[in-house]
Design a protein around this ligand. Structure first.
Ligand SMILES: Nc1ncnc2c1ncn2[C@@H]1O[C@H](COP(=O)(O)OP(=O)(O)OP(=O)(O)O)[C@@H](O)[C@H]1O
Length: 622
């Protein structure tokens, strides 16, 4: 073969090889289900694959025996055999549906678990926050349920197994027909396979179109989120129901319209598959019938060959199955890409941190970090030392990078330049979980766990779950000493109003529970406490007492406090002003006021706003 011919052959064969590899990967997914249901499913498929051919033979035999009216016993046994095979086939089919559903659920459950683990155990957040991760994760767990049928990877794997056994059934029927009509048998098998390939190609095109509009699908997702909890409050207040519904409808139409057009085209092009199916059915009837007419074939054998020929043709349809398999295959591919890109990308590290008993010296050495898609760094060559036991406040405008700083400090983002050291050890060389186990962090957007009050506090240090005295102590220090007594089941009250017997808390109470969680972690031995906007939901009295009641009560701990309320940060040992990605002012409140810089201006502005009604307006108009 000349070189260009080899290349042409290869480009034709490569997609076929790719399809075969993808099919093998789909079948391997079956290993994610438990062995007993998977084995049962294979066995039931086997019964359904051989029964039609055996049935064709048995019916042919029955007709032969029936023609010979002299032997009633043989007729009885032939009838029993036909009925028995039919019954066996039907029973296997019925059982197969239930076992298949179980296997599908187990496979999908295992895949969802993998994606969940990838999302929750990735050492840093930066990659999780990329749209690439979200799109792949959404595709991996997408069961195509909105398209009226389940089209998950599990469905695809079960569908692929069905195809394998349909193929086996077709081959066994082909062998039977070929014993008498070899040309007809090969022609029917070829037409069946070509018919299936055409149908498959048409459905793949449809999925390509749907998958291409990722942006549209994202818009649909966010719009549908607006209709449920969280945002639903504002949607109702502003009367946006019609706006949400109209936007969703318009987006759905723009996402699905190209697919509907393609579907219409697929239906119009069905004449080819219809022609193939009809002509092969006619041939399957005509060729054996001609043999009967010429006296070469008995009427019993005619029925056997016609039934077997129909068994070969059963292979060709399968439009929906082809669609389900292709749709689920894309989900499986997304899960594989996700795993390849995000699993165990961090080499195992063995560097240990110094003893955890005392707060460490934390240094930021020329640290820079740019968010994906941003054109400038949020943190830009930042240098800073946090000395043990100090209370340090970090202040700055909205969006200046305070939360980003906290995420860098807690190892949730990795510096893209520079390094962060803990007692001289580079955090990048330490197992992330080890460093994080030294920190107690109250995030600005803290979690409200659908769990008991006790667990909502103790989850900060899961090894101390159930330590009731420590939980009560943390609640007391967060200003919630009497909360358990006011709840129906005390510390065991489920803080989730959707759960049976559950209840919900106010915004401020939730913030105090989150604060108690951080204080519980300090109690459990964590020597670095980070509080990001801890007073945002607190009332005026609680805010005024926050430093005396909470911050001062924390001993032998380095505390990093972030707040826009400068009265909250005023008593700190040290106040840092973040701007342009760096610390631009650093000192005590008095020192910074004397410096008369940006901090002093913010502070006076806040103080004035409270002192003189209308002063903010007069200042703005200046
Ligand atoms: N996941 C993200 N992807 C892209 N950009 C981000 C992401 N998170 C934050 N940013 C951007 O980084 C900048 C700093 O955000 P950050 O949340 O750290 O600010 P902040 O100082 O804590 O703000 P605030 O005072 O409003 O809480 C902002 O401009 C924000 O738009």
């Amino acid at each position: 073969m000349r070189q260009w011919e080899i290349r042409r052959w290869w480009t034709r064969a490569a997609p076929a090889a790719e399809i075969a590899r993808a099919r093998a990967r789909l079948l391997r997914l079956l290993l994610h289900a438990r062995p007993v249901p998977t084995t049962a499913l294979v066995a039931l498929h086997l019964v359904n694959a051989v029964c039609p051919t055996l049935h064709a033979l048995a019916v042919g035999h029955l007709i032969l025996v029936a023609a010979d009216a002299s032997d009633d016993r043989r007729l009885l046994w032939a009838s029993v055999l036909v009925a028995g095979l039919l019954l066996l086939d039907q029973m296997a089919w019925l059982l197969r549906q239930a076992v298949r559903d179980l296997v599908v659920r187990q496979i999908d459950g295992a895949l969802r678990d993998t994606v969940r683990m990838l999302a929750t155990s990735a050492p840093t957040l930066d990659r999780l926050e990329t749209t690439e991760f979200h799109d792949l994760a959404a595709r991996a767990v997408d069961g195509g349920i909105s398209l009226a049928r389940t089209r998950s990877p599990g469905t695809a794997a079960a569908g692929q197994l069905l195809v394998v056994f349909r193929m086996l059934a077709a081959v066994s029927a082909t062998v039977l027909v070929a014993t008498r009509f070899p040309v007809l048998a090969m022609a029917l098998l070829t037409v069946s396979l070509v018919g299936r390939a055409i149908v498959r190609r048409q459905w793949i095109r449809l999925i390509d179109i749907l998958d291409a509009d990722v942006e549209g699908q994202r818009r649909m997702f966010y719009l549908s989120e607006l209709a449920v909890t969280g945002a639903a409050k504002e949607v109702r207040m502003l009367g946006l129901a019609y706006w949400v519904s109209a936007r969703f409808r318009a987006t759905a139409i723009s996402v699905y319209a190209p697919a509907w057009r393609e579907l219409w085209g697929v239906l119009r092009r069905q004449w080819l598959t219809l022609f193939l199916a009809t002509s092969s059915a006619v041939a399957a009837l005509a060729v054996p019938a001609a043999a009967v007419l010429s006296g070469e074939l008995s009427s019993g054998a005619l029925v056997t060959y016609v039934l077997a020929a129909m068994g070969i043709l059963a292979m060709s349809g399968m439009g929906h199955e082809a669609y389900d398999i292709e749709y689920g295959l894309r989900g499986m591919t997304a899960a594989e890409q996700l795993t390849a890109a995000h699993a165990t990308t961090r080499p195992a590290t063995t560097t240990l941190l110094p003893a955890p008993e005392t707060p460490p010296v934390i240094r930021f050495e020329g640290v820079s970090f740019t968010h994906p898609g941003a054109d400038r760094p949020t943190i830009d060559g930042l240098c800073l030392t946090l000395w043990p036991g100090q209370t340090v406040a970090l202040v700055g405008r909205n969006g200046v990078g305070k939360t980003t700083f906290v995420k860098l400090l807690s190892g949730l983002y990795a510096p893209q330049a520079g390094r962060i050291t803990v007692d001289g050890v580079d955090v990048a060389e330490v197992e992330p979980a080890l460093w994080r186990s030294r920190l107690a962090v109250l995030f600005q957007e803290f979690n409200q766990y659908p769990a008991s009050l006790a667990d909502n506090v103790a989850l900060a240090s899961p090894e101390h779950l159930g330590d009731v005295p420590a939980i009560r102590d943390a609640l007391g220090r967060a200003g919630l000493a009497d909360l358990p007594e006011r709840l129906p089941h005390g510390l065991d009250t489920l803080l989730w109003h959707e759960g049976a017997g559950g209840t919900n808390l106010s915004g401020g109470q939730w913030q105090r529970v989150a604060l108690a969680r951080a204080l519980f972690a300090v109690n459990a031995g964590r020597r670095v406490l980070v509080l990001d906007e801890p007073t945002a939901h607190l009332d005026v009295r609680a805010e005024a007492e926050f430093h005396a009641e909470v911050v001062s009560s924390v001993q032998e701990t380095t505390t990093l406090l972030i707040s826009h309320r400068l009265s909250t940060v005023r008593p700190a040992d040290r106040i840092l002003l973040l701007d342009g990605g760096r610390i631009v002012e650093d000192g005590t409140h008095d020192e910074l006021m004397a410096l008369d810089g940006e901090y002093a201006r913010y502070f006076r502005l806040q103080a004035e706003t409270f002192a003189t009604p209308g002063s903010l307006e007069s200042r703005r108009s200046r």
